[in-house]
Design a protein around this ligand. Sequence first.
Ligand code: FMN
Length: 359
Amino acid sequence: MNRRDFLGASLSLGALRAIPAGSSYGLPVGMPAAPGGWVDQAHAIINDAARAPSSHNSQPWQIGLHDREHWRLSRAPGRDLPVVDPDGRECSQSLGAFLVGLEVAAAARGLRLEQDECAGAAGALPLRFNPRSVDTTWLPALRRRRTLRKALAPLAGCEAALAACLVAAPSARFFAHGTPAVRAIADATLEATAAQCKEDAVWHELARWIRWREGEIAENPTGVTPATMELPWLAQRWVAATYSRDDVLTPAFRARSLELAARQVQEGAGWLVFTTEHDTPADWRHSGAELMRLWLRAVPAAIALHPMSQALEVLPQRRSIAAALGLKHIQLLVRVGTRPYPPDTPSPRLAAQRISALL
Ligand SMILES: Cc1cc2nc3c(=O)[nH]c(=O)nc-3n(C[C@H](O)[C@H](O)[C@H](O)COP(=O)(O)O)c2cc1C
């Protein structure tokens, strides 16, 4: 077996853009910490909220702290995905998921998050925190949630649990395997993946967001790693020792991504499709928030979720799914199946000190 075979068809990733290591993303560094004070509490809240999912773990959020009650959320410069997400749809969805993370983490510390829904996509979103009773209901799920990309099983008796999760996401609909809708989603996903295989820019972008080695992860804890790809242990060691950015650009790597996607679309119970009435940045944030609310309920029910965005990143496939399903603005396509959540969440995160600053 050569080193390329070693990976098997283990990769199914979209494209990402690197951020400069050690960058503070335009925010002043060295925020003074008041031990036990409100800044420490803010950091604790932000560290929990940052467990939110983001497109290819780009973590596109940054927080400005005015004082204990008044914060500002904005998009972090350099943590966008201009090739696969030129409009910033996935970025806004990630911010929507992060806002739910903030809500949960703040409630666990006796604070209620209020936000101004009217803020635009590019503009910063003002956040306000008011006292409330402590509620830790969703904190364990926030800390344990992760993307599970492999070994999703059919629902087998968990239909009611999924229905209960869906109450938290009115814009999501479940389509079960074996239906024409799921065939249309699977076909479009594979066609879109094949189309992306021909686009060099997609793979150059992706290559900058894969962290093959521990040292890279420690220096720049964003992006996708061998552990989050769910490679077998030995393969993780192998790629960490031998792989580089150039490997991501090869035709063989692209072919394996397509093979993996072909297996993934057959696994699990079906797909969740998130739609919105309109197609504005606020709608994108809204769908990301609904994904997160549903996901937090899915964790204790051992219902695994895996967003697969390829078919929404390539316009003809995006249109063909919308036509096949008779739906207007499709925002997210998420594979769903059963699988218990492991205790560990290996996906790296930037610490609060690197994504927040006093204003
Ligand atoms: C808007 C959005 C789109 C995503 N698209 C994909 C995707 O196409 N393929 C994939 O494997 N994961 C996708 N993900 C999952 C992210 O890769 C994942 O959240 C990130 O790597 C962090 O890992 P974690 O969820 O395990 O914490 C997406 C997540 C979000 C929020």
